[in-house]
Design a protein around this ligand. Structure first.
Ligand SMILES: [Fe+2]
Length: 252
């Protein structure tokens, strides 16, 4: 049923989400519409028959990102936390469907819409997070090349200035959230943004390219309160080839 990463499968992904009643997610947190344009239904574990998402395995071993991110953190983060978002979005969709069919409590629509937005954000963010990293030994880290490298220089002054702003923004997120490099398609420029929780404070219409998870569950076992050290180390495992692929897709 699901197909590889092609423009057609991307359209199916968006159509599938809309058919589910997830249009409210796309409308209320417009980052998702664009994020889903970069991901396929396959990437998100979408099953058209059951109308449920599934948690897919990591694209590498749990210990592949050692020593930057330790194996235990990866196991708990992926198997428990990411899985929780998958279950949460599936449940929110079921609850909203029940309300549509007059089998649920309409007074709870705001609650379930919020749950849908939060958990879909969690599922999409983590899916992009896992595939945006690769082991240092296999070429993770360093700097991007090609168009992305040039546009980073144009919009931030230099790669160093970008890295400084990205790590500072991520480190200074208030509470739980993410630091993101996004592409803003109206002004056609790259921006750094903070996201609180899984979805708040996204720049409207911006396409997320590179995200670092700064929820404590992402780093606390190894780094404790030293979030800045974790974010600094994260720069060594970025898969810039994948981020460049997303950038080219976002610009099209
Ligand atoms: Fe996380």
């Amino acid at each position: 049923m699901n197909t590889p990463d092609t423009p057609i499968s991307r359209r199916h992904a968006i159509a599938g989400l809309s058919a589910l009643g997830a249009t409210s997610v796309l409308a209320s947190t417009n980052a998702h519409a664009h994020t889903n344009a970069l991901l396929t239904n396959t990437d998100l574990g979408w099953n058209q028959e059951t109308k449920q998402f599934a948690l897919l395995p990591l694209p590498y071993a749990y210990d592949a990102l050692e020593p930057v991110i330790d194996e235990q953190t990866m196991r708990i983060h992926h198997d428990k936390h990411h899985n929780g978002y998958v279950k949460g979005v599936n449940n929110a969709m079921k609850q909203l469907e029940a309300i549509r069919w007059e089998q649920g409590d309409p007074a709870l629509i705001q609650h379930w819409q919020r749950q849908l937005s939060f958990h879909m954000g969690g599922h999409v963010n983590h899916t992009l997070f896992w595939s945006g990293m690769k082991p240092e030994a296999l070429g993770g880290g360093g700097q991007p090349t090609g168009n992305l490298s040039q546009v980073i220089k144009r919009d931030f002054g230099s790669f160093g200035k970008f890295a400084k702003q990205f790590t500072l923004a991520a480190t200074k997120v208030e509470g739980s959230g993410w630091g993101w490099l996004v592409y803003e398609p109206v002004s056609r420029q790259l921006m750094v943004t903070q996201v609180q929780n899984q979805q708040d404070m996204m720049i409207a219409g911006a396409v997320p390219l590179l995200g670092v998870d700064v929820w404590e569950h992402a780093y606390y076992l190894k780094y404790q309160n030293r979030r800045a050290d974790y974010v600094e180390a994260f720069m060594r495992i970025i898969d810039w080839e994948e981020i460049s692929r997303r950038f080219e897709a976002a610009r099209r």
